[in-house]
Design a protein around this ligand. Structure first.
Ligand SMILES: *Cc1c(COP(=O)(O)O)cnc(C)c1O
Length: 410
């Protein structure tokens, strides 16, 4: 907390596209897309306008036994872009909530589907799924969870990419496991780590074989971030449950959806006396403003060339990262997918020696970048870009240039 004395919060007055403008008149490039949720630029006129129109019609209603056209239209549009078979929608209000819903839904599904409850969960090492107790339990980042360990349940952990070990763990624990939760292809918070589409296919097969519900947390990867509409599309799989948030509204509003299949839905569809309903609601579930923002996002993604342009810029940016950082003495690894590019920093490339943590090198680079007008927020020793999909190439070039300067101590 004492860091805030040296570097007090920066007051931002307005945003436009990839830029933020401080109260002091300074311009910042938001290269991390407002913590990955800003998908199409700040104050995107189309999304802003959709919200303004809705604001004078209906701001919010109870979402139990009531609905509204924006929710219906959003569900209909999502069906057309989601992996085939994802047709049922549970609206909630933030990423962590959508993960809690997924875990509870999977657990209750197993209990109600006639085979008895299964009470374990599986997850991947290096995964991140949010900050609430369930989400934290299936996460693997000690930094956020260590002091809460006594409050958390213990999942079974798999190593992404290790096909054989994963299969053995399924053989051993598959019977008692309700669900496996993963970030498909890209593990964001652990430093933009990427695993193969083949491994994702392998997980899907094992889940089917052992009747384990596959939960794909696409909160960070959805809506074009990895170059496909959803990261699951890289492996052509349909998970049993998918969590959506962040880019869903373009980063405008706290809004999330847990999506599932008819098969799961049917296990909850029963007479009142059977008590099989999924009793989980949040006050702001199905908020109409969030719905219209999301509809606008899907329209932009499907009716304009934004994804094509982002794909072209991604090819260029990947090459630029490689040309600029590959031989840098402090860069041990470069990872790219979509417009997401990350570099892993070390004190010495040759020996692979890490920085002395107490020196807080990444934090100092963050401060240096801010001085130069770049909002870059390192995760551990990883510096990354995760900009809006419609960022311009010149802005990307300027950002690479700033990173290059700060790495060279300029
Ligand atoms: C951000 C994130 C979450 C948590 O979402 P919140 O809205 O911050 O609660 C969960 N999973 C992944 C993969 C995320 O990136």
């Amino acid at each position: 907390m004492k860091d805030y004395i040296d570097l007090p919060p920066i007051i931002i007055e307005r945003g436009e596209g990839a830029f933020l403008y401080g109260a002091d008149g300074k311009r910042y490039i938001d290269i991390i897309g407002s913590w990955w949720c800003n998908l199409l630029g700040h104050c995107n006129p189309i999304i802003s306008n959709a919200i303004k129109q809705q604001l004078d019609k209906l701001e919010h209603i109870i979402f139990a036994n009531f609905s509204h056209m924006p929710a219906i239209e959003l569900a209909e549009k999502l069906v057309t872009i989601l992996p085939k078979g994802l047709t049922k929608f549970h609206f909630n209000d933030c990423g962590s909530a959508s993960v809690e819903v997924a875990l509870k839904m999977a657990f209750q599904y197993q209990g109600q589907s006639g085979r008895g409850y299964k009470n374990r969960f599986m997850c991947l090492n290096g995964g991140y799924h949010g900050e609430t107790i369930g989400a934290l339990s299936v996460g693997s980042m000690d930094k956020y969870s260590a002091c809460f360990k006594p409050m958390l349940f213990e999942p079974i952990r798999l190593e992404a990419g290790d096909f054989d070990a994963t299969e053995k763990i399924f053989q051993k624990y598959g019977k008692q496991t309700a669900a496996l939760i993963i970030e498909p292809i890209l593990q964001g918070a652990s430093g933009m780590k990427i695993y193969s589409a083949d491994y994702l296919k392998h997980l899907k097969k094992l889940c089917d074989k052992y009747n384990v519900i596959l939960i794909a947390d696409e909160i960070a990867t959805g809506f074009g971030r990895t170059g496909k509409m959803f990261a699951c599309d890289h492996a052509n799989i349909t998970p049993d449950i998918m969590c959506l948030s962040k880019g869903l509204t373009g980063g405008y509003l706290p809004f999330a959806i847990t999506v599932t299949t008819d098969k799961i839905y049917d296990a909850f569809y029963a007479d009142f006396k059977d008590g099989k309903a999924f009793l989980h609601s949040h006050t702001y579930s199905g908020n109409p403003l969030g719905c219209v923002a999301s509809i606008a996002v899907i329209d932009i993604l499907t009716k304009t060339t934004v994804i094509d342009t982002a794909t072209k810029n991604a090819v260029w940016l990947k090459k630029t990262f490689e040309d600029t950082f590959k031989n840098h003495k402090n860069v041990s690894d470069i990872r790219s997918i979509g417009l997401i590019n990350a570099i892993e920093l070390v004190e010495d490339k040759a020996s692979g020696k890490s920085f002395d943590k107490s020196k807080r090198i990444p934090y100092n680079l963050y401060k240096k970048a801010l001085e130069k007008g770049l909002l870059l927020r390192p995760m551990g020793d990883v510096l990354y870009f995760n900009p809006p999909l419609n960022i311009e190439r010149e802005v990307l070039a300027e950002s690479v240039d700033i990173v290059s300067q700060i790495l060279d101590g300029k």
